[in-house]
Design a binder for this molecule. Structure first.
Ligand code: MG
Length: 155
């Protein structure tokens, strides 16, 4: 068994869609980023790559590369998972915490689990997604952005 952790944070920005776990979540702002800025998919990608000892998402999809401009991060997750399987490992499970003051992600968690698991050839039950507020503290509490922590297990 191999365990990996992933972390990502993005700043909120006007005029962007908010994409989390492959799902468009209705909100007044989206996240700034080179790709679709899906911090959930990015943290999970780092977790599976870390578990496999393959580095991180930036090494595979550099944000200096025009190919990944506005990229669908679920597709990036799927491509990273191909590297993982080539290394002889397969996805077992993941647990993800989204830390954001707004919006509340509860209504969208089921669809996120299906989208993320689908990229990993797994059942939705293998991917847990939970939302937490930051109790109004600091940059997350101020609504400047959000953060995501993901842990993944490979076998
Ligand atoms: Mg990111």
């Amino acid at each position: 068994m191999r365990v990996g952790i992933g972390y990502d944070s993005h700043r909120f920005a006007d005029g962007r869609k908010l994409i989390l776990g492959g799902v468009e979540v209705p909100h007044s702002q989206g996240l700034a980023g080179h790709s679709d800025a899906d911090a959930v998919a990015h943290a999970l990608t780092d977790a599976i790559m870390g578990a496999a000892g393959l580095g991180d998402i930036g090494a595979l999809f550099p944000d200096t590369d025009a190919r990944w401009k506005n990229a669908d991060s679920i597709s990036l997750l799927s491509q990273a998972y191909r590297k993982v399987t080539e290394a002889g490992l397969r996805f077992v499970s993941a647990d993800i915490t989204v830390i954001a003051e707004q919006p509340r992600i509860g209504p969208y968690v089921g669809e996120m689990r299906r989208k993320l698991a689908g990229a990993l050839s797994a059942a939705a039950g293998a991917v847990s997604v939970k939302g937490k507020s930051n109790e109004g503290m600091g940059w997350i509490g101020n609504g400047e952005g959000l953060a995501v922590i993901a842990v993944a297990v490979l076998q």
